[in-house]
Design a protein around this ligand. Structure first.
Ligand code: AMP
Length: 182
């Protein structure tokens, strides 16, 4: 898939010269003319694999999760992708938002249905607190649909000085179902 993404101007105050290991959370619960939730996630992963500033893409299993917000909406399909990137953190955020736009993300209501949500979970061991970007992601430790696939990809991960397995929701399957190993 051609992302039509302009990777120029890839520098900011969180500039890293080397490849940085990152994790992003993917979620979708809306079928539109571009595909089903699973297809939205697959298309986002394909775009990552084609991006020259990203390499070594790995993807967790896909999971179905009960919605966090309004309950009168379909379950979400969630996964986590891990990769190395030479994108700066803010350029990676632009890339994630371009992926959302490409899936024609429709924001109907807060915490409501969406064709694609792409959040930066971790950017190396960077700690970023800016209006536009918080890393590690602010909701990371509160979401089993993030922690369980993240743990699947990186069981030895240390988040904010604590092993991922020490976060209770990294082994709490409430509302979560394993879909497949795609
Ligand atoms: P959401 O509705 O969850 O997709 O939130 C989108 C907004 O969150 C965007 O305006 C981003 O600038 C902001 N944001 C802050 N931290 C992050 C992050 N770690 N990953 C993605 N978006 C983020």
């Amino acid at each position: 898939m051609n992302t039509h993404f302009d990777a120029s101007d890839n520098n900011d105050s969180y500039d890293y010269a080397a490849w940085v290991t990152c994790y992003v959370g993917l979620g979708s619960n809306l079928t539109n003319e571009l595909g089903s939730p699973v297809e939205h996630l697959q298309q986002a992963v394909a775009a990552m694999q084609e991006q020259e500033y990203i390499r070594a893409v790995r993807v967790s299993s896909y999971y179905a999760s009960a919605p966090m917000g309004p309950q009168d909406q379909p379950d979400f399909i969630n996964a986590v992708a891990g990769f190395e990137t030479t994108f700066t953190a803010f350029k990676l955020l632009d890339f994630c938002q371009a992926l959302e736009q490409q899936a024609k993300r429709a924001r109907l209501r807060h915490w409501g249905e969406r064709s694609l949500d792409v959040d930066i979970l971790l950017y190396g061991d960077a700690q970023i607190s800016e209006t536009q970007l918080t890393v590690p992601h602010a909701g990371l430790h509160e979401r089993n649909f993030v922690l369980i696939p993240l743990r699947e990809l990186a069981p030895e991960l240390i988040i904010k000085g604590k092993p991922i397995t020490d976060y209770p929701l990294s082994h709490d399957w409430k509302g979560l179902k394993l879909l497949s190993n795609d």
